[in-house]
Design a protein around this ligand. Structure first.
Ligand SMILES: Cc1cc2nc3c(=O)[nH]c(=O)nc-3n(C[C@H](O)[C@H](O)[C@H](O)COP(=O)(O)OP(=O)(O)OC[C@H]3O[C@@H](n4cnc5c(N)ncnc54)[C@H](O)[C@@H]3O)c2cc1C
Length: 392
């Protein structure tokens, strides 16, 4: 592999000098709000990105899940860097490979709008399009399982009129196999097959020259010869940055795939009640668990029983279906449950902690990381995505 040349080093010095100018201009911009300064800022960012292009830099990305592939896509779109990915499990070999594929801009039991939720959703949908991946299911039906949920869900339908509040009878008309409950229908929600999407996205990146090595990076020193490195290793990030581990918690998630009976009529939308229920041809995916305590990363019988019990609460006729597959993986969360991107050292960057919102955030957050990396300016990252200390 090629060593970093002297001319690259000279260019990177030039970059950090322009970085100071950029920071100064940004401060001036926020103080005076002069449009002309905005144009200068944009010019400097573009100039820096071009410097990186001319240098023909080599960029390594560790991890080929939602984070790593979205970074690869945005790097290729905005620079001519040579990109090499490393993943010992191949494309979508981690949590991304078992995600149910649900995406919508809201969070938690109260369905609050996520920070930059609509922007993130738009960026994700743009990437789905680039990877020619259409949704498996359009819309998400959310039966209200508690009085509190009824209150929050109906309030959202008042606030954002596109979301439809359904009486018990209306919900049953849409999905006759459900236990009668009022429900919220979120038409903009969708479910995609995450694995297929990432395989398609990888084809787009590979066509543009990215290389993938099926290899575990045991130590960061193995990547010394690259000019820039992005660690996108999901819940395994602390294995690589042992000297300054991030305050993340890892939650094991298990999911079941069940065979559907021949005569079962699947709904065109996904369902999310006590668990989620995503239909594909002749099967449904149900899950997931959120396990704080676990001995290993393998599927367990206890989790299968827990998921089936939850499924029984809102779709009893499906809870005893034959098991097609059972998978487990880890997700990483920070305390504020926001994805994190930051500069780790002069040439190293990190993207992690996508939690349960990998599909929603991967494209937007990767795009922000790539802009910051190309401009060599971490201050371009909104604090919510970079302030890891505050989320200890
Ligand atoms: C059961 C379950 C269901 C989920 N459902 C949804 C859902 O419906 N919607 C949603 O938005 N999100 C969902 N999620 C969350 C989503 O899967 C994650 O947020 C997302 O996959 C994280 O992506 P990532 O690329 O950061 O990490 P990962 O997908 O875990 O990718 C990290 C990659 O890095 C590789 N790697 C790690 N260490 C090394 C190393 N040292 N060297 C080389 N390679 C390495 C791994 O093999 C892996 O492929 C779900 C998660 C689980 C567990």
């Amino acid at each position: 592999m090629q060593k970093v040349s002297d001319s690259n080093i000279a260019k990177s010095r030039h970059c950090s000098c322009t970085g100071s100018i950029l920071r100064y201009l940004k401060m001036a911009l926020s103080a005076q709000k002069k449009p002309i300064l905005h144009h200068i800022c944009v010019y400097v960012i573009i100039t820096q990105a071009k410097l990186l292009q001319k240098a023909n830099v080599r960029i390594a990305i560790v991890g080929a899940g939602l984070s790593g592939l979205a970074c690869c896509y945005h790097l290729q779109k905005n620079s001519s860097a040579n990109i090499t990915l490393f993943d010992h499990n191949g494309v979508a070999g981690g949590a991304s490979g078992i995600a149910a594929g649900l995406i919508h801009p809201y969070q938690g039991p109260k369905l609050k709008l996520n920070f930059m939720g609509f922007e993130a959703e738009q960026e994700a949908k743009l990437l789905f399009e680039k990877a020619s991946t259409s949704e498996l299911q359009r819309g998400i039906l959310r039966p209200a399982m508690t009085d509190e949920q009824m209150e929050h869900f109906s309030a959202l339908s008042q606030k954002e009129k596109e979301n439809e509040w359904l009486k018990e009878s209306e919900a049953l008309q849409k999905a006759p196999f459900l236990t009668p409950r009022p429900a919220l229908f979120i038409p903009r929600g969708q479910a995609i097959c995450t694995k297929t999407y990432l395989e398609n996205l990888w084809k787009v990146c590979e066509k543009k020259g990215a290389k993938l090595f099926i290899q575990k990076i045991e130590d960061r020193s193995a990547l010394q010869e690259f000019d820039k490195i992005i660690y996108a290793t999901g819940a395994y990030i602390n294995d690589l940055i042992k000297e300054k581990p991030l305050p993340i918690s890892r939650l094991k998630g298990q999911t079941l795939e069940l065979f559907l009976p021949e005569q079962f009529e699947v709904t065109p939308f996904a369902i999310h009640a006590s668990t989620y229920l995503v239909f594909s041809q002749k099967r449904c995916m149900v899950g997931a668990t959120f396990e704080r305590k676990f001995l290993d990363y393998l599927p367990t019988k206890e989790a299968e029983l827990e998921i089936r019990k939850k499924l029984h609460e809102f779709a009893p006729s499906l809870s005893n279906l034959q098991l097609a597959s059972h998978k487990a993986e880890l997700r990483a969360y920070t305390q504020d449950k926001m994805p994190k991107i930051f500069k780790l050292s002069e040439k190293e960057w990190v993207m992690t902690a996508l939690g349960s919102k990998g599909l929603l955030y991967h494209a937007l957050v990767a795009k922000l990381l790539v802009s910051a990396l190309l401009a060599d300016d971490p201050s371009l990252i909104p604090a919510k995505f970079s302030s890891i200390e505050s989320a200890s």
